[in-house]
Design a protein around this ligand. Sequence first.
Ligand code: PLP
Length: 394
Amino acid sequence: MISEKMHEQVKNSSVIRAMFEEGKRLAGIYGAENVFDFSLGNPNVEPPEEVKKAILEIVNDKNVIGIHGYMNNSGYEEVRAAIAKSINDKFGTTITHNSILMTVGAAGGLNVILKTLLNPKDEVITFAPFFGEYRNYVKNFDGELIAVSPNTIDFQPNLKEFKDKITPKTKAVIINSPNNPTGVIYSEETIIKLSEILREKQKEFGTDIYLIADEPYRELAYDQAEVPYLSKYYANTIVGYSYSKSLSLPGERIGYLMISDQAADFENIISAANIANRILGFVNAPALFQRVIVKCLDAKVDLEAYNRNRELLYKELLSYGYQCIKPEGAFYMFVKSPIENDAEFCSLANKKNILIVPGSAFGCPGYVRIAYCVAYETIVKALPGFKALIEELK
Ligand code: PLP
């Protein structure tokens, strides 16, 4: 028998699994090229050339030995130092390699920091709509995920409700901007207010509340939009970064945690996170890709490819009568379901060979997420289906 905890997690994964199965079934009948899969955040844009060049340089360098070996659980010191310098140059911080822990993507980083911080029953607040995996990551360490209900006007966090939901058991707050699934960037005004609330509540309860910024989409911001760097606004900040989307390397599993040197209990967090990385079984982030990303710190994926998709999809969906706000970052569009039941709308979309995800999976029923990290032609071919769908429901 599998554990009770896993039993529940398997049950809760059924929406995504069902979607995957449905995609395979449709591809079997109609051919993969006639199935429009907007269900996954798997980048279709290839990594920048610098990545390939870096891989070849490293593996062909006869002077480097042991490139595939173990290293300190936090990662190579020279890689961490280069990342710290790059953060300092961009955001005016003064961190050292000590603040950086190389991780197995953002997912690995979030699990490491939650293991580091949480006691059973500790509360972690997040804002709906949110990346559904947070539920599992918090449950892994017997914490309670508390979701603040969505502000569907502009999808900035609902700060009034947030304030009311902070308790003496609140250990951490996870925010994700640019956001999956809305594409919204939390404004500087939002971050300032959120930080003030946190400081006020820390004082009231005599606790430390850590703000975890989950930032796999930081580099995917359109129209030169600014994404505020959290440690400038709030001392107890931890940033979870990933190269999965910024360099299109999701399968290589590489990212880092930046633990602000201003954070309370900094030294203990650093050493505990180092051990958490080891005992969770990650041991260390992939050796080769630590060396690769450090050669690509200024490389960028072709954002214009996503932007083209964004512009086309947004313009067309609006013209058919769909309602949604224009994403400012990431590669997701969060569209109001034309019928109340978002899961039912996704089933109707399946009948047009369109795969999209119900907003309920992100704690926000009544909406659907379209991941537009697909070929431009896929969008062009899917548009008549989107149009027919809403017309049939009118
Ligand atoms: N956080 C968010 C908001 C995501 O959308 C994803 C992946 O889609 C992750 C974390 C996990 O990213 P990684 O591949 O770096 O583990």
